[in-house]
Design a protein around this ligand. Structure first.
Ligand code: HEM
Length: 138
């Protein structure tokens, strides 16, 4: 993770945080509209889910310069996702919708560089979560 990528993600996340409720509501709305098959996986309260998701992204974003200590946490998160019924292919669906919601929230400030930086961070996160899911099975 280059320092530039980390800075682009950190700065744009700081802009999203004050709008998190609207952005996350928009995100789940889009996710279920585009991929209705994912809706039944979410069984709990969506507001609580949003708060947990934002807290986890806060942790990830604050660890961008030194990710090693949070890797075990991300792996156990991935193992729990396998238990929720999340499959490998679902991570790409989630990513496309998340980036679109961020783009909508930030408008022209969500430049191609910012998008690429988020895509890199998400890809890393998804790989680590899926690795955690695999390791939990073996
Ligand atoms: C890679 C980024 C992701 C992050 C950071 C993330 C984060 C979280 C967090 C923090 C929770 C709360 C429960 C827990 O800690 O176990 C959660 C629950 C959940 N996530 Fe994710 N998640 C991600 C990707 C996904 C994907 C790709 C799916 C696929 C649809 C998904 C579906 C779910 C479901 C179904 C729940 C349980 C909701 C419920 O109990 O109602 N997540 N996620």
């Amino acid at each position: 993770m280059s320092p530039q990528t980390a800075a682009l993600v950190r700065d744009s996340w700081a802009e999203i945080v004050p709008m998190r409720k609207r952005v996350c509501a928009d995100f789940y709305h889009r996710l279920f509209a585009r991929y209705p098959e994912l809706h039944p996986l979410f069984k709990g309260d969506i507001e609580r889910q949003t708060a947990l998701f934002v807290t986890m992204l806060n942790t990830v974003v604050s660890a961008l310069d030194n990710p090693e200590p949070v890797i075990p946490l991300i792996k156990t998160l991935g193992a729990r996702h396998a238990d929720y019924g999340v499959e490998d292919a679902d991570y790409d669906k989630f990513s496309a919708v998340l980036l679109d919601s961020f783009a909508d929230a930030l408008g022209e400030r969500f430049t191609p560089d910012v998008r690429a930086a988020w895509a890199a961070v998400y890809a890393e996160l998804a790989v680590t979560m899926r690795r955690g899911a695999e390791e939990a099975v073996h």
